[in-house]
Design a protein around this ligand. Structure first.
Ligand SMILES: [Zn+2]
Length: 60
């Protein structure tokens, strides 16, 4: 069961998933499944809506 709460900031996986913000750096180690969740969140943000800009700046 994914029902762990970070003892440092009191955040749990459900709260972080809803808010989209990780409580503190300890959450990654305290809450099972958070790392994969954060990956999904970041991937979703960077790929939803806008296309990433090409880095095509050429300085002469
Ligand atoms: Zn925390």
């Amino acid at each position: 069961m994914e029902n762990k709460t970070c003892p440092f900031c009191g955040s749990d996986l459900k709260t972080i998933k809803q808010s989209g913000f990780v409580g503190c750096e300890h959450c990654y180690h305290q809450i099972d499944g958070l790392q994969s969740l954060v990956r999904e969140l970041f991937a979703g943000k960077s790929f939803s809506g806008r296309k990433p800009n090409r880095r095509g700046n050429e300085e002469l």
